[in-house]
Ligand binder design. Sequence first.
Ligand code: HEM
Length: 125
Amino acid sequence: MNNLAFRFLFLASLFALVGMAWGIQMSISTDHSLSGAHAHNNLIGFVTMSIYGFFYAVAPSAAKGTLAQAHFWVALLGALLIGPGIAMAITGQGEIVAIIASFATIIGMALFSAIVFINRAALAR
Ligand code: HEM
């Protein structure tokens, strides 16, 4: 497995562990008010990062170059900030972190879209 695929998949598993612990904490406390933050941590941090990782495992040539590195760092920024950002917004502590996370996440997806398109020949095997 190439290094970029490993980084995406390993970090995805850490987001899942944190998100699941957060879910268990919500269940025990019976306070589900932050379920939207928990859900986005898991869906952006675990599901989306995993899909990126599997893509680079299947198409390792796509992992070469600065565009793929930019994709990793922007996607990671979004995944790290989306859960705390939504939690802060829900609890009235401001929306700036959620806004930064949202833009990082959509830019990450736009980079992924471009990388998939540029590397379409590698997927046509
Ligand atoms: C140990 C694992 C997990 C536990 C204990 C857990 C727990 C919870 C709890 C207590 C809620 C609130 C339910 C409610 O208020 O109706 C919730 C909501 C949710 N969770 Fe999890 N969860 C876990 C894993 C995951 C994973 C892996 C994902 C996605 C990949 C996920 C996605 C969601 C979604 C989409 C919601 C609904 C959010 C909303 O309606 O605002 N959860 N979870």
